[in-house]
Design a protein around this ligand. Structure first.
Ligand SMILES: Nc1nc2c([nH]c(=O)n2[C@@H]2O[C@H](COP(=O)(O)OP(=O)(O)OP(=O)(O)O)[C@@H](O)[C@H]2O)c(=O)[nH]1
Length: 137
């Protein structure tokens, strides 16, 4: 069965993107990812995003546009990773479930070791920024 996973792309005022490091002992430990998680049965993508970011980071967000979903299989069954831009309404991110959080410029994003399914999302996000003339941040 295809597992739907939502991933939140959060930008700060200076255009940096929030990256989260997966904790030790879990699948893909130490790799970087976007905050988010599995969409529960009967739950909308937007609702899953709001719930997961509240649980994981203690922030309240407003879902925005989605980027292109990525289908991937780590050998544990197929997942569809759905990237969603989002706006923080309240709170400051705290790593409740991650090893570390980092606000990253484009150069910093490229220096991290990402979960494989995130790579096309990062490429799309960087292209989007370039098309808006924001590539220097
Ligand atoms: N939250 C999140 N998950 C991602 C991303 N990229 C990516 O491949 N995944 C994968 O999506 C799957 C579901 O993520 P999850 O965070 O809800 O699950 P988990 O691994 O913590 O729980 P599990 O160990 O019970 O499966 C995992 O296989 C995870 O590695 C991402 O950017 N954000």
């Amino acid at each position: 069965m295809l597992l739907h996973v939502v991933a939140g792309l959060i930008q700060d005022d200076t255009g940096r993107l929030l990256a989260c490091q997966r904790p030790a002992g879990k699948h893909l430990a130490g790799k970087w990812e976007f905050p988010g998680g599995k969409v529960e049965e009967g739950e909308s993508i937007d609702a899953a995003l709001v719930r997961e970011l509240d649980e994981e980071l203690g922030i309240q967000v407003a879902p925005g546009a989605s980027l292109t979903p990525v289908d991937h299989d780590y050998g544990r069954g197929p997942i569809r990773l759905i990237p969603m831009l989002c706006q923080v309404i309240s709170g400051t991110p705290v790593a409740r479930e991650h090893e570390a959080l980092r606000w990253c410029s484009v150069a910093e994003l490229e220096s991290l070791e990402w979960a494989e399914a995130d790579l096309p999302i990062l490429a799309e996000w960087c292209a989007l920024r370039r098309s808006r003339g924001e590539e220097t941040a």
